[in-house]
Write a protein that binds this ligand. Sequence first.
Ligand code: IPM
Ligand code: MG
Length: 369
Amino acid sequence: MATHNLLLLPGDGIGPEVMAEVKRVIDFFSKKGPDKFSTEEALVGGCCYDAHKVAITDATMDKAKAADAIIFGAVGGPKWDKVPYDVRPEAGLLRLRKDLALFANIRPAIVYPALADSSSLKRDVVEGLDIIILRELTGGVYFGEPKTITDLGNGQKRGIDTQVYDTFEIDRIARVAFDLARTRRKKVASAEKRNVMKTGVLWNEVVTRVHQESYKDVALEHVLADNCAMQLVRWPKQYDVLVTDNLFGDVLSDIAAMLTGSLGMLPSASLGAIDSKTKLRKALYEPVHGSAPDIAGKGLANPIAMIASFGMALRYSFGLGEWADKIDQAIASVLAKGLRTKDIAQGTEKTIGTTDMGAAILGELKAAA
Ligand code: IPM
Ligand code: MG
């Protein structure tokens, strides 16, 4: 029986609470098979800053590089608003993404039938929605240099961020988009702002070339990123795979998340390139929701996005797609039974807390196993 090594990084806020639920799911899979999981835990984000004055330590980075997959909770919170920029909690997550070269961020937005009324949009707009936002994750304005604030000496300061993309970065994310689309409805929409940005012009050019060269069987559409934001709330079902850069992907994936009713529902996978020798790829799985400091420690957080993120690990790292499907089905059944955490409850619906939701999903999994 194969054993996979997982590095668990619960982080801050609700991170540890939702991680506690996914740990029970991991234990269950380990006992049940088909594969075993060994886990190790480390600090990241504000809690790591409190202990070590950095957002992630070199020792943890080494563990992350050695792990078969990283399961990540959330980082940040008002407690660390004033810590130096380089060691702010988010720097830990960004270092993981960059140093492990996790360039492809898959963020599926799926509306579970039972939740179609939890969206702020009308039922017919979101019912049956199943799209993927594919966000480029290691380039663009997040990492471009220069990135500075300079004192101009006249009472003014100048802040600079740099949006930069090289051909190879666009080429490889485009290929992930087309490959994903081939396993789905064979449609890719690529969002940029070529009407204003040089990186947008290059993005458009490279995606078009990759499509022409290797993926003519997939339909490709180009859309301006602002228009795309509008289309996502107007009629999101027009999309299948939506590929875009780091910053637009950050924004558009929050919109997509909300279509599903709550940020607490959206899992994600951040993948590196496949190593030609080992055939393995570095990968980090995390819920799209943040650390939610307002509800942290109260047992109210929705563990679904975290558990579904582990499902994505089974699918994308360990070739256990049928077990990932079982997790998705377990989530769908608890929702169909009317179980709701606060974030997805309507009006006077009765709500349950984090551990009860985790236990209910585990119960469904056990029943299905
Ligand atoms: C996300 C988050 C992060 C990002 C933050 C926490 C740095 O918003 O994963 O979407 O901006 O990428
Ligand atoms: Mg974000």
